[in-house]
Design a binder for this molecule. Structure first.
Ligand SMILES: NC(=O)c1ccc[n+]([C@@H]2O[C@H](COP(=O)([O-])OP(=O)(O)OC[C@H]3O[C@@H](n4cnc5c(N)ncnc54)[C@H](OP(=O)(O)O)[C@@H]3O)[C@@H](O)[C@H]2O)c1
Length: 289
């Protein structure tokens, strides 16, 4: 099994959770220290063929490599497209050629956030940012080039061990400054990689195809998520103020409400994701901040 983006937050968790009896190989631009991993630029078809020759064959692939710098992507649309579209295309073609099942990870940022109930897989995407547009184009290329052997799993608000993410940043600021202002008008489902990684292996082993949503249960705002993080980390004394998206202008527009409905994936797996607050507590038991 191949995991791309294996040095990243989600890819590294996937490699630690390769199901018993299977062998996992990771690839990244710069491999992490702990895994059998290859250094590969996935946008380079020759490098991907070499990867198959040297480390393959792979029965299955979980594709986590991506250009994930949402704001920077507004100024670097070509680079974002090279990774999120071109590399996805190259990988889907390689998987189709070598009959490897492919699970590609995507994002809630394919939606415009105007919904009032959680998004289901059949809702029409309408991305607001370069990142969202390139991820959507990557999804479409993947499904078109490997129609009978590819699944897309859209997730959101990820955090987990070994990553640079919101809970870690918030706890750092809280300890340093003692007071925080956090956006209260954007909602979604904070999702732990500890929850998502086993779900992705389940999608791969079921050889499922089509689009799935995969996020923790429930939803909250960044403000609500921050309140929970501070409480769980014994920092409830930190002064926390709500603010609006307009108070903190960023280069990329973000969906105001992008909670994902993961019922379809729950039906496939026979189990639901943990509620986001329970998942946060479980993560903090593994990696106290
Ligand atoms: N983080 C979130 O909140 C979130 C939310 C929704 C969906 N997702 C999706 O979930 C997946 C995993 O996200 P993550 O947060 O784990 O990302 P991450 O930590 O940024 O990891 C992505 C990895 O991909 C590598 N990469 C970039 N370009 C590459 C290329 N051309 N060839 C090979 N590897 C390349 C990156 O290397 P460098 O670091 O060296 O560039 C990085 O190690 C992505 O598909 C992302 O779009 C993430």
């Amino acid at each position: 099994m191949l995991v791309t983006g294996a040095a990243g937050m989600l890819g590294s968790e996937l490699l630690l959770r390769v199901p018993a009896g299977l062998e996992g190989v990771g690839s990244d631009l710069i491999p992490g220290p702990s895994v059998r991993a290859a250094r590969v630029d996935l946008a380079d078809p020759a490098a991907v063929e070499r990867l198959w020759r040297e480390f393959g064959p792979f029965e299955g692939v979980i594709h986590c490599a991506a250009y994930t710098a949402v704001d920077k992507a507004e100024a670097e649309p070509e680079l974002a497209a090279k990774v999120n579209v071109e590399a996805s295309r190259v990988l889907a073609q390689a998987c189709a050629r070598h009959a490897a099942h492919l699970v590609a990870v995507s994002t809630d940022f394919v939606f415009d956030g105007t919904a009032s109930v959680p998004y289901v897989e059949t809702d029409a995407p309408a991305p607001l940012s370069v990142y969202g547009r390139t991820k959507l184009e990557g999804e479409r290329a993947t499904l078109a080039l490997h129609a009978r052997g590819a699944a897309i799993v859209r997730t959101q608000w990820l955090y987990g061990p070994r990553g640079k993410h919101f809970p870690r940043t918030i706890v750092g600021f809280a300890r340093e400054k003692g007071r925080l202002k956090v956006v209260a008008d954007q909602s979604g489902c904070p999702t732990s990689t500890l929850e998502l990684a086993p779900a992705l292996w389940d999608v791969l082993s079921a050889r499922a195809t089509g689009v799935f949503h995969g996020a923790c249960e429930g939803s909250t705002s960044w403000f609500g998520f921050t309140q929970a993080i501070l409480e769980e980390c014994g920092l409830a004394q930190v002064v926390l103020e709500p603010c609006t998206t307009q108070d903190f202008p960023r280069p990329a527009r973000r969906p105001a409400f992008s909670a994902l409905d993961s019922s379809k994936l729950a039906a496939l797996r026979g189990r639901r994701f943990a509620p986001w607050r329970v998942a946060l507590r479980n993560y903090l038991n593994v990696e106290p901040l």
